[in-house]
Design a protein around this ligand. Structure first.
Ligand code: SAM
Length: 347
């Protein structure tokens, strides 16, 4: 498996800079399209750009982070009735669209992952670079990273860190966590980072912190990020009108694999006998056609100006008039942890 990286904020405490913005707008082809869904409002960068693309555009923006919703109030006011901003999860974006009174959507955009604001605020507990409570909950509700780290079984922790963090030393990390918590609860990001660094050694060649992959794994598990992504792709498929566009920006290989395989399967381009989709269901009518041929990557100048864009990938598709097929079970398995019996013996 390839190594994942924690998205690096471009400046400490600086604003969130929208990634691949021009490419996303081009892929969505908004002029003439009126009802656009921004499933990941964040700091509103994509939403403002979509509103600015054409005066006929109305945006329904969603974010699961109550802080993003509160901070979005000035953008809502400035949009003069063309922006509806709601708290919620993009996994149920089709229900959000219907609740807003729209029959269908013309465009859906998803910018997966965490925002710079979330990473930079120590009290959110997403980053080992800023010591804070071990939280990581985008929604500020439900099971926190501290609950997981202090209460999960060692084998479950190892699975999460291996499969969602792509950390080869996952068993050693899980063992170190369990040993440390016998002495007292692990409550802070710095405490966890120190435990991880005691068993994972820094790789000077990559320059990434030893705790990067463990933090990524825990964050994905706490927020069910991959499950949400799978649901969102199906929800967008159900709610887009024929000719409507779906654009997704991902930041690591686990997310990109899900998007790539879903788009390939739904546009009839799935490779036969794919390693990741060995039992791909019988071909369904094509619900999408490709807009981007392969992933669109940031230019060198974007990556230079905004290092967080470094690992971004954009993929986009256009809805056909075929009815939405049944959910793609093979994609759902890409988001789930394998059964314990199937766990890799390499760790
Ligand atoms: C990378 S930021 C989006 C930045 C935005 N495109 C901009 O230009 O400002 C990702 C946002 O998506 C939100 N998010 C992540 N998963 C979500 C989900 N399942 N449902 C709704 N919002 C989610 C996060 O809270 C975060 O605010």
């Amino acid at each position: 498996m390839k190594r994942g990286r924690e998205p690096r904020p471009q400046t400490d405490g600086g604003p969130h800079i929208p990634v691949l913005l021009a490419e996303v707008l081009s892929a969505l082809d908004l002029p003439g399209r009126t009802l656009a869904v921004d499933g990941t409002f964040g700091a509103g960068g994509y939403t403002r750009a979509m509103l600015g693309a054409d005066p006929s555009v109305h945006v329904l923006a969603i974010d699961r982070d109550p802080g993003a919703i509160a901070d979005g109030a000035p953008t809502v006011a400035a949009a003069q009735g063309r922006l509806t901003l709601v708290p919620g999860r993009f996994g149920s974006l089709d229900a959000c669209v219907r609740e807003a009174g729209w029959p269908q959507a013309d465009a859906v955009v998803l910018d997966i992952g965490v925002s710079s604001m979330q990473i930079d605020q120590a009290e959110r507990g997403f980053s080992f670079r800023h010591d804070g409570p071990l939280d990581m909950r985008m929604e500020r509700a439900g099971r926190s990273a501290a609950n997981l780290v202090n209460e999960a079984e060692e084998g479950d922790l190892a699975d999460i860190i291996y499969h969602y963090g792509e950390e080869r030393r996952s068993r050693a990390v899980a063992r170190a966590i369990v040993e440390a918590r016998r002495k007292g609860r692990i409550e802070t990001t710095a405490a966890l980072a120190e435990i991880v660094a005691s068993v994972v050694w820094a790789d000077p060649a990559s320059g990434i912190h030893p705790a990067t992959r463990t933090f990524q794994g825990l964050r994905i598990a706490v927020n069910d990020e991959l499950g949400e992504l799978v649901q969102a792709l199906h929800a967008a498929e159900r709610i887009l009108r024929p000719g409507g566009r779906l654009a997704v920006v991902t930041f690591h290989s686990l997310e990109d694999r899900i998007v790539k395989q879903f788009f390939s399967a739904r546009s009839g381009r799935a490779a036969q006998g794919s390693r990741h989709l060995p039992s791909l269901e019988a071909p369904a009518p094509r619900s999408f056609t490709a807009v981007t041929k392969g992933p669109v990557l940031p230019t060198d100048s974007e990556t230079f100006a905004n290092p967080r864009a470094r690992s971004a990938k954009l993929r986009a598709v256009e809805r056909t008039d075929a009815p939405a097929p049944a959910p793609l079970a093979a994609i759902e398995t890409l988001a789930a942890l394998p059964e314990r019996t199937g766990r890799s013996a390499r760790r």
